[in-house]
Design a binder for this molecule. Sequence first.
Ligand SMILES: [Zn+2]
Length: 189
Amino acid sequence: MLANQDHLLDSDYIPPDLVKLTVKKISSTPIEMRAAASEALSTMFSAAKEDGITLYAHSGYRSYKTQNTMYYNRLKKNNGKDDGVVAYPGSSDHQTGLGIDVINKAGIGKKFTSAFAKTKEGQWVAEHCWEYGFVIRYQKEKEDITKIIYEPWHLRYVGIQVAEYMRDMNYCLEEFTDEWQRTVYEYEH
Ligand SMILES: [Zn+2]
């Protein structure tokens, strides 16, 4: 499932199998993801722990309504101008229930920055996330395609096979979706 500025999700789209995450979180506020993503995240957090890396889940599923509120609050704060910080309602990867922001202890309560990529937690995530079916959704060298700044903390569940393929091909989700849809079309015609 692709959500971006060109592929807006419906305002009433709610993933069918949301569950509450059982992993370590930044606060007691529940975080939801789709069942398979939640399970994969638990496996990944445990593997990280074994390597001496403690990860914290920050935010997962975000409803259209919440995106809408966030978006218009940001506009108000920014004199009505869209500065690209908050995703346009329906374009957030978080609405898919497959996106998750993962940070380290030092990052709790602070603004997200690309400096996370240089921390040992950020490095672990970048190196291992695909083994658990996750990809870094917004890569630095793909900013032109995703139209979103580099976010080393935002992981997207795609399943292990696709994550591995995307890694090998150096694809972002937009590129993968393009190729996948083309392949399906060619197969059917
Ligand atoms: Zn995010």
